[in-house]
Design a protein. Structure first.
Length: 298
C-alpha cells in the first residue's frame, strides 16, 4: 500500500520537478521546502484512490455484498446518500427491518422449536404465521389483543415444556417418587405433612434455630443413586448460612433440630430444586442429606 502510494505521488510530481529543473537555480533551503509535494487537491484525490485498495474484498467478506453483481447499487448509495439525512435515516430503518426479518425467520423460530421440542430438526412453529404475528405486533394492528397472545404463549409454552421434561426425565422422576414412598414406610423415618422425611441419628440438647438465625453445619448431600453432589466433610470446612437462605427442605428441618443433632434428611424435589438442573442434580431429584447442626451463630 505504502509503496503504491509513493509511486502514484511520484508520477504526479514528475511534471512539477522537471519544470523546476529548467528554471533559475534556487537556494538549497527553498528546494527542500517544495520537493515531493503536490497541490492539496491532487494529494487528496490520490489519497482517496489509494484508500479503495481492498475495498471490494472488505465488502464481500465483512458486509456480505456480492461485488460481482451489486457494485452499481453500492455506488448509487455512495453517490446519492451522502448529504441527505432523511434518506440515510430511512435506509437505516429499512436495513434494520431486513435484518430483523432474517433473524426472526431463521434464528428465533429455530430457537423456539429447540426450546419446546428439544431439537431443531422438528418444527412446531409455523414460520409464515409467526412472521405475520410479528409484523402485526410491530405495526400495532394485531388480529387478537396482545394480552390474549401472551396468555396463549404462556399456556402453550408451559404445556410443551412439561411434555419435554417428562420425555427427558420422566423415568427419573418416577424413581424418586417410588424411593420416597418406600422410605416413608421405614420405622426410623418420620414423614411430615410437607413431604419432608427425616431420621434421627443423634438428638442434640441445645436450642433450636429460628428461620432467621444463622447456623453452622457439617453435611453431605447425595442423590437416591448414591451420587455425592456436595460435602462440607470433603472440604474439611463447616458451612455457615441463614436458615431461610437455603432450599425449603433445609429451612423446615433446621428449625426442628436442637444444636448438637445429627439427622438424615430426605427432601422431595418440591422442597429442593424441582425441575431445575443444578450441576449433578437432575430435575425432579429427591435429595438426601446427612446434617450435623454444630451451632447457632450470633
Amino acid at each position: 500500500m505504502k509503496r503504491i502510494a509513493i509511486i502514484i505521488l511520484s508520477v504526479l510530481c514528475l511534471g512539477v520537478m522537471c519544470a523546476g529543473a529548467k528554471g533559475k537555480k534556487k537556494d538549497k533551503k527553498a528546494e527542500v521546502a517544495v520537493v515531493d509535494t503536490v497541490p492539496s487537491k491532487v494529494f487528496s484525490y490520490a489519497y482517496g484512490m489509494a484508500n479503495t485498495q481492498g475495498l471490494k474484498g472488505f465488502l464481500a467478506m465483512r458486509k456480505g455484498v456480492d461485488t460481482a453483481q451489486y457494485m452499481d447499487a453500492f455506488m448509487r448509495g455512495f453517490n446519492s446518500g451522502a448529504d441527505d439525512d432523511r434518506f440515510i435515516a430511512a435506509l437505516r430503518a429499512y436495513l434494520a427491518g431486513v435484518e430483523i426479518r432474517q433473524q426472526a425467520q431463521n434464528e428465533i423460530c429455530k430457537r423456539i422449536d429447540e426450546q419446546l421440542l428439544g431439537t431443531d430438526s422438528l418444527s412446531l412453529i409455523d414460520r409464515e404465521a409467526f412472521l405475520n404475528g410479528f409484523r402485526d405486533g410491530v405495526a400495532g394492528q394485531p388480529v387478537i389483543p396482545m394480552d390474549s397472545a401472551i396468555r396463549a404463549v404462556d399456556k402453550n409454552t408451559a404445556y410443551y415444556s412439561e411434555r419435554l421434561m417428562e420425555a427427558k426425565y420422566g423415568d427419573w422422576r418416577r424413581q424418586n417418587v417410588d424411593y420416597l414412598a418406600a422410605n416413608s414406610k421405614k420405622d426410623s423415618v418420620v414423614t411430615l405433612p410437607s413431604g419432608l422425611q427425616y431420621k434421627v441419628l443423634v438428638m442434640g440438647e441445645g436450642a433450636k434455630p429460628a428461620a432467621t438465625d444463622k447456623v453452622k453445619v457439617n453435611y453431605e448431600g447425595t442423590l437416591i443413586d448414591g451420587t455425592v453432589f456436595d460435602s462440607s466433610y470433603k472440604r474439611k470446612q463447616p458451612a455457615t448460612f441463614p436458615c431461610d437462605r437455603v432450599i425449603k427442605g433445609w429451612t423446615e428441618a433446621l428449625q426442628l433440630m436442637p444444636v448438637g443433632s445429627k439427622w438424615v434428611l430426605y427432601i422431595p424435589q418440591e422442597l429442593a430444586y424441582g425441575t431445575r438442573e443444578q450441576g449433578k442434580i437432575k430435575p425432579f431429584s429427591a435429595l438426601t442429606f446427612t446434617v450435623e447442626l454444630l451451632s447457632i451463630e450470633k
